[in-house]
Write a protein that binds this ligand. Structure first.
Ligand SMILES: [Zn+2]
Length: 294
């Protein structure tokens, strides 16, 4: 592996045409190819000499890894190397588990490369916090918690390993993601909920008061915590006026069909009013055959 060092000049640098110009104070970059992929990362220095030293350290590390050399005592361990050692350790685990670790650690490596963290010990607690806040594609707290658990396990290994001897675990102070057993996997945000309700007005086959019924159905699912099969067959008698903290509201009381457990939830007054407004004589019939189409 050969690493090229070069200047990424600022827009107003007078040497910006020449990326080999050494004497300005612009940022240094490292560039190389590995497994057919091109990497360009900040050298985290503005000095050409220092950037060259960092490039050399990376090249030595890559070389040691290709020939399978064990790290020498006292030698700083790259993240790449630590991941390899950890992966080797986990090679007896189930394929699915190994894949998950690979996914987690590849993401960490990519983030570290983008942020110029080469050595394992370069990763600080605040790095891990920043990294964690970049997990925008992981929607549920379950997924985040699992991702965090795998990271913790990797860093625990790095601390316990006699070869790596990481002095402190940057994940140990991270806040845990709160996951309770009855938390829905992906609760809708307020924006998503509004979009769902608004969609009821745009369905061409929802004529007459059907859109209103569907909105009432959505509202009772949300506020009453009902599953669709329970909400759809809600009896008028299940919705009764109530008062909570001297504020008028409604109580929705049913026996859930799927789990045979009871629901006794308070819903806001507007939701109860809307429910009763669209109610038929006995059943609310929020969602009967005629409208369940196609
Ligand atoms: Zn420059």
């Amino acid at each position: 592996m050969e690493i090229t060092v070069y200047k990424r000049h600022s827009k107003d640098c007078e040497h910006k045409a020449d990326r080999t110009f050494r004497r300005c104070s612009c940022r240094m970059m490292l560039e190389w190819s590995e497994n057919g992929k091109r990497f360009r990362v900040s050298a985290k220095t503005r000095s050409w000499t220092e950037a060259e030293q960092r490039a050399r350290a990376r090249m030595q590390d890559a070389h040691a890894r290709t020939i399978g050399e064990q790290p020498k005592a006292g030698e700083p361990i790259s993240l790449e190397r630590a991941v390899e050692m950890f992966t080797a350790k986990k090679s007896g685990k189930h394929k699915q588990t190994q894949r998950k670790y690979q996914y987690t650690l590849n993401n960490l490596k990519a983030w570290a490369a983008r942020n110029g963290r080469h050595y394992l010990a370069d990763l600080t607690e605040s790095d891990l916090e920043k990294y964690q806040s970049s997990w925008t594609t992981l929607k549920s707290s379950y997924a985040k918690r699992n991702e965090q658990e795998r990271l913790r396990s990797f860093f625990r290994y790095c601390c316990a390993s006699a070869e790596i001897k990481l002095p402190y675990n940057p994940t140990s102070q991270l806040e845990h993601f709160n996951v309770t057993s009855d938390e829905p996997e992906d609760p809708y945000t307020e924006k998503e909920y509004k979009a769902i309700v608004a969609a009821a007005d745009r369905v061409p086959t929802f004529t007459g008061d059907v859109a209103e019924r569907v909105k009432a159905l959505i509202a009772v699912m949300r506020y009453g915590g009902l599953a669709i099969q329970d909400a759809a067959i809600l009896e008028r008698s299940a919705v009764t006026p109530a008062t909570v903290n001297r504020k008028p509201c409604y109580r929705v009381e049913i026996r859930r069909s799927k789990t045979h457990t009871g629901v006794n939830n308070v819903v806001p007054k507007e939701v109860g009013d809307a429910l009763l407004k669209v109610a038929n004589a006995e059943r609310l019939a929020l969602f009967h055959r005629d409208h369940a189409g196609p």
